[in-house]
Design a protein around this ligand. Structure first.
Ligand code: IMP
Ligand code: MG
Length: 179
């Protein structure tokens, strides 16, 4: 599979993605049955995960979306990210942040810190994908769909230069150096 200048190969098929989402949804249904959780999806990447997770929720719940804006800092890993688009009042709410992928953990950390200042009752994170080897900041991920090695992936909401979000399966970058 090709996107612009890069080749990708199938990595996680749709069935496996959906099974992981059903498992995570089951855990949230159990843990939050009496809490009316407010899901906060992080655009753009988490839109597909958010949609499929919501279809598997069987308890009262709500959803809203935010976006992060990156400002290039002096260091590549030290980007400052500003949360935009939070219109929902999250005071006293049990918030579950929905992410497509946690890589270094900086994005989730920044969003959690900014949401915390709005005084929610609790904040937990549900991420579809997690790259444990890439984690650079301490982060507590309550719900993880699938752990993956430290490799670039696309599909199911995740993009390469804006392309590939539409794919139902997840693909990984082909290692061209070895062929
Ligand atoms: P972090 O702040 O390093 O945890 O990065 C999280 C963000 O980087 C995600 O929300 C994605 O938008 C992006 N990202 C990290 N790894 C990948 C990947 O393998 N493919 C596509 N996007 C990625
Ligand atoms: Mg993202």
């Amino acid at each position: 599979m090709r996107l612009q200048d890069k080749s990708f190969e199938l990595f996680i098929p749709e069935k496996k993605i959906q099974a992981a989402i059903r498992r995570v949804a089951g855990e949230i249904n159990r843990d939050y049955h009496d809490r009316n959780p407010l899901f906060v999806g992080v655009l753009n990447g988490a839109f597909m995960f958010a949609a499929d997770l919501m279809k598997n929720m069987a308890i009262p719940c709500e959803i809203t979306f935010v976006r992060v804006q990156s400002y290039a800092g002096t260091q590549r890993s030290g980007q400052v990210k500003t949360l935009i688009g939070l219109e929902h009042d999250i005071r006293q709410r049990h918030v579950i942040l929905l992410e497509d992928i946690v890589d270094s953990g900086f994005t989730v950390q920044h969003i959690q810190q900014q949401l915390q200042s709005a005084n929610p009752a609790s904040i937990e994170v549900a991420t579809l994908l997690f790259k444990p080897e890439a984690l650079a900041v301490p982060t507590t991920l309550r719900y993880v769909g699938i752990r993956i090695p430290n490799q670039f992936v696309v599909g199911y909401g995740l993009d390469y230069n804006g392309q590939g979000r539409n794919l139902r399966d997840i693909y990984q970058l082909k290692d061209t150096s070895s062929r």
